[in-house]
Design a protein around this ligand. Structure first.
Ligand code: NAG
Ligand code: NAG
Length: 224
């Protein structure tokens, strides 16, 4: 591991420990975050023991697949401006985790889902971090208001999404950027148009998990 990777692992471990410490009632769920299981589910993409957004595979190609996230989704999202990838991951994860741990208008605890999305946001010189809101919440009106004004809900436009992965390890922003380059090359070669500003790093594995980790890079197609 390079220095940056070691730093990221340490940061993520700090997030995890802080989270466990700050939410004493939740360590069980924290420790089970993103546990890998073989159970079948309706969702496509990596199968993990927590809920992931429903989707269907439109097409599988050599290096990537096209997915249709066809069901309306709600995400809880926060922007961390003027920030490195490592700091934004730390701060953003913590803000979203606080929301689901009860820092909201109803002190409601909401179960962890996957993946965690990290989205480069060059306009703000930082990153957005988002958690998928469990599908039992059908509308934003069913959800408590986040106590942190930096945290808000986000309902993505429906789109066909190109996905590369899953790949393992503890990817840094450079690793994600390299995967995105690989994906763009393959899409260019196949003549598929994508919207670069929708690029999303999707992490399905908790900071506690060291083996069999799963990450992907997503980008929305402009038309398909
Ligand atoms: C980001 O940094 C720039 C330059 O220092 C500053 O003007 C801007 O207000 C900062 N943005 C935020 C959202 O903090
Ligand atoms: C590309 O994505 C951004 C961010 O979601 C959006 O604001 C913009 O309208 C999209 N552009 C096109 C051409 O779809």
């Amino acid at each position: 591991m390079g220095t940056r990777q070691v730093m990221l692992v340490v940061l993520l471990a700090c997030v995890a420990l802080t989270v466990v410490d700050g939410a004493r009632t939740l360590p069980e769920s924290v420790l089970q975050l993103f546990g890998v299981s073989d159970k079948e589910s309706d969702s496509c993409g990596p199968q993990v023991s927590i809920e992931t957004p429903q989707c269907s595979v439109v097409e599988k190609r050599d290096t990537y697949e096209l997915r249709d996230y066809n069901v309306k989704e709600i995400w809880v999202e926060t922007l961390v401006p003027n920030s490195t990838f490592e700091m934004a991951s730390f701060t953003g994860f913590y803000r979203c985790f606080n929301f689901i741990s009860g820092k909201n208008s109803k002190n409601m605890k909401i179960e962890m889902t996957g993946p965690v999305h990290i989205k480069p946001t060059p306009d703000a010189n930082g990153y957005k971090v988002a958690f998928f809101v469990p599908s039992r919440f059908k509308s934003v009106n069913d959800l408590p208001t986040p106590s942190d004004p930096k945290v808000h809900f986000y309902e993505p436009e429906k789109a066909v999404t190109a996905v590369i992965g899953p790949f393992g390890g503890f990817p840094t922003n450079k690793d994600y950027e390299a995967k995105f380059e690989e994906l763009k090359k393959a899409l260019d070669k196949d003549g598929l148009k994508y919207n670069e500003s929708t690029v999303t790093y999707a992490g399905y594995s908790s900071p506690f998990q060291f083996k069999n980790r799963k990450q992907e890079v997503h980008v929305d197609l402009v038309s398909y």
